[in-house]
Design a protein around this ligand. Structure first.
Ligand code: APR
Length: 241
């Protein structure tokens, strides 16, 4: 079974849902977390991406997210993101549930996106919860309403996931005919529980396929951009027939 199998499944599917992780954005130049070149190879996430780091090590926390936000300005969605936007436009995709915080799926044109881990491009006050412009966070400002600490709307380790994004993703995956998991190690709870909720066909597209122990119906090893291009080629051929 190969990419042409998946193309056939997608055309027979009444609802296809995609779950993405950091591996979806590495071809845009954004590091993932647990690969050899990932963020967590050199940094302990508890020191920069947890509620404790926000409370007890705010300068380091803020510096880490300012650096990640700045790195986004030199990157953009790649062809794989564009293909997923085209699939939504052609009615081939119901939802993208993403762990990514770069908003590249939306930038590429996808409208149906559930941000399971929030995003790093919008800011709120940790104390009063009010929204503040990104520039205030980048300029080390405090909350203009209450002088509280500013932080991105990313889900930190130790925080609950946004209920609406979770419910929407869970419902879509439970009712999908096909679920395609792309570019994630599936090491982080609770998102790593979502693939097992799929009652239909479950597909894994990833560079490293050694770590997974889930019962995927189809495993396609490779880059997100490369594999998605192949699937799209078969989809176009099948639709043209
Ligand atoms: N194409 C396909 N797969 C890729 C590519 C690529 N171009 N680049 C990397 N990968 C794969 C890696 O082999 C790895 O298995 O993507 C996976 C990325 O896994 P992680 O780095 O663990 O990222 P992710 O699964 O998204 O992490 C989940 O952990 O730190 C938290 O909140 C953070 O959302 C993140 C969560």
């Amino acid at each position: 079974m190969t990419t042409s199998t998946l193309a056939k499944w997608m055309l027979q599917s009444n609802s296809t849902v995609i779950l993405t992780g950091a591996g979806m954005s590495t071809e845009s130049g954004i590091p993932d977390f647990r690969s050899r070149t990932g963020w967590w190879k050199n940094i302990d996430p508890r020191t920069v991406a947890s509620v404790e780091s926000l409370q007890q090590n705010y300068e380091l926390f803020r510096e880490f997210y300012q650096m990640r936000i700045l790195s986004l300005t030199n990157c953009e969605p790649h062809s794989g993101h564009e293909i997923l936007a085209n699939w939504e436009a052609r009615g081939l995709l119901t939802l993208i549930a993403t762990q990514n915080v770069d908003r590249f799926h939306q930038q590429a044109g996808n409208g149906a996106v559930a941000e399971l881990h929030g995003n790093i491009v919008t800011i709120r006050c940790q104390t009063c919860g009010k929204a503040l412009p990104l520039g205030h966070f980048m300029d080390n400002a405090v909350c203009t309403y209450c002088n509280g600490k500013l932080r991105p709307n990313v889900v930190l380790f130790g925080e609950a996931l946004p209920q609406q994004a979770w419910n929407r993703s869970l419902h879509a995956i439970q009712n999908a005919d096909v679920v395609i998991v792309i570019g994630t190690s599936l090491e982080v709870y609770p998102v790593n529980q979502l693939p097992a909720m799929c009652q239909g066909r479950l597909v894994y597209i990833n560079l490293d396929v050694s770590g997974n122990s889930r019962n995927f119906d189809l495993i396609l090893q490779g880059t997100a951009g490369g594999v998605l291009a192949e699937i799209d080629k078969y989809l176009r051929e099948l639709i043209a027939e």
